[in-house]
Ligand binder design. Sequence first.
Ligand code: ATP
Length: 355
Amino acid sequence: MSITAQNVTKRFGNFVALDNVTVDCPAGELVALLGPSGSGKTTLLRVIAGLEVPDSGTVLFRHDDITKHSARDRNVGFVFQHYALFRHMTVFENVAFGLRVRKWPEQRVRDRVQELLRLVRLEEKAPLYPANLSGGQKQRIALIRALAPEPKVLLLDEPFGALDAKVRAELRDWLRRFHDELHVTSIFVTHDQEEAFEVADRVVVLNKGRVEQEGRPIEVFEHPKNEFVIDFLGNVNKLPVRVEDGRALLGETGTVELPAKLFGANENGRTDAYIRPHELDISRSAEGGNCLLGKIVHINPAGSVVKVRLLAEDFGLMINVDVTPDRYRSLALKQNENVYVTPKSARIFEAEYTI
Ligand code: ATP
């Protein structure tokens, strides 16, 4: 079942929470709504769920306009950040709840609940109450409770927000498995870009009630459309440059040229260039000349890449560089040493130019 929100606008008083938003979720895909706090993610999810009525625009499930249907009639599963399990009901009864409301026969209820509890490996918790479960276990129960009545659409609002990093990662795997095995179309809200990129088939980046960019994670990562998106994705160096004769030059008087694509209209202006940490190289000599001198202020070698933080005093800039563990060992980098940093590529966004 595909889901489409078409030209959706939603106001709260004078405040525009969603401004002509169009989002397409192809059938069977897992889509992440990503954006800073207040960007409209939850409002969009609630409009799709039928918990909020848009001022204008339509919501389609497949080709059917369901904008005016009640939440109850939409057959969606909803998972919230804070579990929202019924405290006075056992785990079994929590999962069975939606099935009993729909008047499933008792034997079918039992089979379905057992099957789902097995899937999340929590069969032995069936007679317990939510208070006796850990946060991760509660959220697994909340997930299967939403999935029990076999919805075609699963909507999740920051489902793992309240959990620690390890449990979050585990639950991400669960979500991906459920999604694939149970053939639903899922939309989940997160402000954690790493989570979105890891688990989703598509990501939609929202900002101030508008869609900034939408696409496969790799497309959005490799071709961020504007400064907002690259900044929001995080982990990027932002360096002030001036543009002269089609070249992007770093600093006031410096002559370090950044290998960025420029556009004619942007001549002789000041702007920012964005360089990801792996797009910079560290070397011991200034070979080639087009490099910055930097003093290593911190090295974090614990990880699959080694993170090096440098101060380029001539430019008054802190720069983050990622190097491979092999490169780190062969250069024998140490704190307080001076090394040379060479930009391999850089991005400059046309729209943000000031002349
Ligand atoms: P967060 O990550 O903080 O949950 P979000 O991107 O999900 O943020 P929304 O919850 O959709 O953002 O809210 C978008 C904007 O709409 C916010 O500025 C919020 O204050 C406003 N808003 C949401 N619901 C209401 C409401 N019922 N009444 C008034 N304003 C609201």
